[in-house]
Design a protein around this ligand. Structure first.
Ligand code: KG4
Ligand code: ZN
Length: 348
């Protein structure tokens, strides 16, 4: 069974073709990051319009690259939520229209389910059950993944996502958008012990996070440095970047290790753009080794937003018999908010 999959929940347009037997056959992706850069964040209306511009050319490119005709496709999957309403509607409308025109089933997919199952697209493939740390510009969650459709949210951010904390701190320091990679590379030249920032909720009993206070702490330190020096010296800027990065990394690592200990699970998967952060990777590996846990870092291209994970999640659901009964119904909706707990039952 060949499934064409669409992702358009935020600022990436992704299209992919997955075969239930052979796995990923190909995927195409367009990132709107450069367009949103001028505004310092994602502008929902611009995102929707840009998805419209790219979604069909990406589809044609994918079909050409995989030497496939629409007649070879057996089902069409799309991200139905959560995400930006207008952006979701673009992918859903295109996917549903193709499915309707070809009389194929249309499969709505939960975006986070896509992220949670995407590690299975890469080698080595983690076995169920595992703990997933999902860290991107939009998500910061710790989940227990017991199998397809069996997810338990163990902890999440109460406010900003980890990537957002990187980006907002970087913006305050004049490092552009999205500033995570720039802040991290500046941090390499700094000493995190010189500027120690608060680690919110580090010692709370739960597995939740809070990052919104960090940007205030960064701003306060930056103002103090400006008062002291006028023009902040490069060394102090690097120290501030290092202090910020260390604060975010410390909390993420502490909570995820706590999750492994509490559940007794020995496999950890890290997904999302912040998973590319080198100090986070090194610290996670070192701490996990102490409790004999294995850490899986799927390729960044698969753990940031993409169409492959959506087509793949649909394929896994199909194999597990977890598709809804009414997939050819021409009416549809998207769900900007969609609790993950609803996924244990078939989606319609
Ligand atoms: O998963 P992703 O590509 O996209 C969405 O959020 O949808 O994640 C992007 C986030 C941004 O906040 C970016 O600053 C952050 O991941 N990021 C990093 C690094 N690379 C990407 N943060 C810290 N260090 C990095 N090396
Ligand atoms: Zn995502």
């Amino acid at each position: 069974m060949k499934i064409l999959g669409y992702e358009s929940s935020c600022d990436e347009t992704g299209v992919a073709l997955v075969c239930t037997e052979q796995g990923l056959l190909g995927h195409t992706l367009y990132s709107q990051v450069a367009m949103h850069e001028a505004y310092g964040g994602v502008v929902p209306e611009l995102a929707s319009r840009d998805h419209i511009r790219h979604i069909l050319p990406l589809t044609q490119q994918l079909l050409a690259e995989t030497n496939t005709h629409l007649a070879d496709v057996d089902a069409v999957a799309y991200t139905a939520g959560p995400g930006l309403n207008g952006a979701l509607l673009v992918g859903a409308s295109v996917a549903r229209s193709i499915a309707w025109a070809l009389d194929l089933p249309a499969i709505p997919v939960h975006h986070l389910e896509g992220h949670l199952l995407s590690p299975l697209l890469a080698e080595p493939r983690p076995e169920f059950p595992f703990i997933a740390l999902l860290v991107s510009g939009g998500h910061t969650q710790i989940m227990q993944v017991d199998g397809v459709g069996q997810y338990r949210l163990l902890g999440e951010t109460l406010d900003d996502a980890a990537g957002e904390a990187f980006d907002k701190s970087a913006k305050l320091m004049g490092l552009g958008y999205p500033g995570g990679p720039a802040l991290s590379s500046l941090a390499q030249q700094g000493d995190a012990d010189q500027i120690v920032l608060p680690r919110p909720m580090l010692h709370s009993k739960d597995l939740d996070f809070s990052f919104s206070g960090l940007k205030t702490a960064v701003l306060t330190r930056l103002r103090a440095l400006e008062q002291q020096y006028g023009q902040v010296p490069a060394e102090q800027r690097a120290n501030l970047a290092a202090g910020t990065e260390a604060a975010i990394v410390d909390v993420l690592v502490a909570k995820v290790i706590k999750a492994l200990k509490q559940t007794g699970l020995k496999r950890l998967v890290v997904a999302g753009g912040v998973g590319a952060n080198q100090p986070l990777r090194q610290k996670l590996l070192a701490q996990a080794e102490k409790i004999q846990a294995d850490v899986f870092f799927p390729p960044v291209a698969l753990c940031t937003d993409n169409g492959a994970m959506i087509a793949f999640a649909a394929a896994m659901r199909a194999k597990a018999g977890l598709l809804g009964p009414d997939l050819k119904n021409p009416s549809f909706t998207v769900r900007p908010r969609w609790p993950l707990e609803e996924l244990s039952t078939p989606i319609t």
